[in-house]
Design a protein around this ligand. Structure first.
Ligand SMILES: *Cc1c(COP(=O)(O)O)cnc(C)c1O
Length: 225
């Protein structure tokens, strides 16, 4: 399937999910996750009208960024080691995986302008997942005030993989609740307007629960490598 054909189907699904909860479909942005696919396929996504590209590895992400000449808006969605921050700053516009103080420090040290960050939250509490525990999010965000080059644009989570996507709803709903708590603080450095949640198998549920960025790999560009 072409990316264009996949995108048309996905846009219909987004539209339907939005109708179910009376949201405007334009409030949902698609990040095409190109980690499984070739440069050509990533380029095809851009040509199909995709503007947000997501990669989860520093070397591969940088390589693709160079090949595609940085076209579009780039999202770093994977675990980020502090020593690699300098390699993503200036290329990736968004970092979805801010989950510890040492990483915040390093971003502050390497950035020359504001970096849009999502706080990654481990809503499900699985040991294998990265992210801050829900009870610690508020305190963590307050400490970000010390880092003027970090803007907390939102929260990100990965739901557990389950057969029945309906079971992911509770995690997305929880992230939305945490977002409301953060917004109530009215911190200028943490507007927290965005929710990065939902992948190929569960994005329709995430949208019903308030996702503003959905991260789609398999269903949109496929899985080649
Ligand atoms: C790979 C990945 C995705 C996309 O996964 P699909 O199920 O292929 O849509 C989304 N988010 C993160 C953080 C990923 O690593």
């Amino acid at each position: 399937m072409t990316v264009k054909a996949n995108l048309a189907t996905i846009q219909q699904d987004i539209e339907l999910a939005c109708q179910r909860v009376r949201r405007d479909a334009s409030s949902v942005k698609i990040v095409a996750v190109t980690k499984y696919v070739s440069d050509e396929r990533a380029l095809e996504a851009l040509e199909a009208g995709i503007t947000h590209i997501g990669e989860n590895r520093v070397e591969e992400g940088n390589r693709k960024w160079n090949v595609l000449e940085g076209k579009g808006t780039w999202h770093f969605i994977g675990t980020l080691q502090s020593r690699k921050v300098k390699e993503v700053i200036g290329k990736f516009d968004y970092i979805h995986s801010l989950d510890r103080l040492s990483l915040a420090k390093e971003i502050q040290k390497r950035a020359s302008k504001k970096v849009k960050c999502f706080i990654q939250v481990n809503v499900s509490g699985e040991d294998t997942k990265h992210g801050i525990s829900p009870t610690e999010v508020i305190n963590f965000i307050k400490t970000i005030e010390k880092f003027p080059l970090i803007e907390v644009v939102g929260l990100m989570t990965m739901a557990p993989y389950v057969e029945n996507p309906e079971e992911t709803r509770q995690y997305f709903r929880k992230l939305k609740h945490i977002q409301k708590d953060v917004q109530a603080l009215q911190l200028s450095f943490a507007p927290c307007m965005e929710l990065s949640m939902g992948m190929s198998n569960d994005f329709h549920i995430a949208i019903e629960e308030g996702a503003t960025f959905i991260r789609l790999g398999t269903s949109l560009v496929g899985k080649e490598i």
